[in-house]
Ligand binder design. Structure first.
Ligand SMILES: [Zn+2]
Ligand SMILES: [Zn+2]
Ligand SMILES: [Zn+2]
Ligand SMILES: [Zn+2]
Length: 321
């Protein structure tokens, strides 16, 4: 885990530096050739530099230890970064669309030779970045970063073709038409990331988890009568948590604890759920109470008096007001 994170860190740092070089090359090429295609591609790369910086920041946040204020640690920062990456992708698509419509209405003369050379340099560097990032696609941010750079390569190929067509035929409309196709490709890829990020923020059941199978795994345990208030959610794109109330036959506390330890082990082995909170109920199970949003997950009908919870006289022992 630590090694994987460190490797990703290095991969992101290299991608960040190389993408910045692409930005400079395309900016210079765009200014020299008076090509709006290259300039808008440079703007696209600028957002990629921003997105890679965010992903890099998120990986660093995920490595910070938990503290009193953030008891889960900072791994959810990766979800915030993924959401911002997605928003950046939407902005890229809108910018390309706007630019394409503008140029369809009023095509401008372009020096095709410089366009082709600058875009080829961008393709060479971005291909190298894609190869470096490809090993880490399980992580949402790395996938977002990879999608960005892949979109860059596609955009640059489009720019090369546009530059060559302009060189050979002087047909200026090729450039905005290709841009629209590339924008559609980026939008399609962004949609998947947006959907997954929203599911994480909604505390939705992770894609790889089937709640019915988890229920079956728990209720299949000896002594377990039922399970309710079962939640499985993702803390980040890599860590999952589970909480549940498990109703068991009356048994000694030690047996109940062994049962919980056994459950934890199996949930970890079978579903890779590393963070479990299991509440054992026997004498006073919750019954049919509502477990929806805003509802309490415990019965209120009766008071349970134990030797350690003696009723106190009103006004004594409470905080001074
Ligand atoms: Zn485990
Ligand atoms: Zn009781
Ligand atoms: Zn319960
Ligand atoms: Zn309550």
């Amino acid at each position: 885990m630590v090694e994987r994170t460190a490797g990703r860190q290095v991969g992101l740092k290299r991608a960040f530096a190389l993408t910045f070089v692409v930005l400079l090359v395309e900016l210079a090429g765009g200014l020299a050739s008076h090509s709006l295609a290259l300039l808008s591609d440079a703007g696209h790369v600028l957002i990629d530099v921003f997105a890679l910086g965010l992903a890099w920041f998120a990986v660093q946040q995920a490595r910070r230890p938990a503290d009193q204020r953030r008891s889960y640690g900072y791994q959810r920062a990766t979800i915030l970064a993924a959401l911002l990456n997605s928003a950046a992708l939407v902005v890229i698509v809108l910018a390309i669309g706007y630019e394409a419509v503008r140029r369809l209405a009023a095509p401008e003369p372009v020096q095709g030779g410089i366009v082709v050379v600058a875009a080829l340099v961008g393709i060479a560097i971005n291909s190298y970045v894609v190869l470096g990032l490809r090993g880490h696609t399980a992580n949402l941010n790395m996938r977002a970063a990879l999608l960005h750079v892949t979109g860059d390569v596609a955009a640059s190929i489009g720019v090369v073709i546009a530059g060559m067509v302009i060189l050979l035929t002087h047909w200026l409309y090729i450039d905005p038409l290709l841009s629209i196709g590339i924008a559609a490709l980026i939008a399609y890829g962004a949609w998947g990331i947006v959907r997954e990020t929203v599911n994480l923020l909604m505390e939705g059941t992770p894609r790889e988890i089937d709640l019915a199978t988890v229920t079956h795994e728990i209720t299949g345990t000896k002594k377990v009568i039922g399970v309710h208030d079962l939640h499985v959610w993702a803390l980040s794109s890599e860590a999952m948590a589970l909480s549940a109330h498990v109703v068991v036959d009356d048994c000694p506390l030690g047996d109940a604890e062994h049962l919980v330890r056994d459950l934890e082990q199996r949930l970890c082995d079978r579903f890779s759920i590393g963070h479990t909170t299991i509440q054992v109920e026997s004498c006073h199970p919750c019954g049919d109470i509502e477990h929806g949003a805003g509802a309490h997950n415990h019965p209120h009908e009766h008071v349970i008096v134990t030797s350690s919870a003696r009723p106190r006289a009103a006004g004594s022992g409470g905080p001074a007001r």
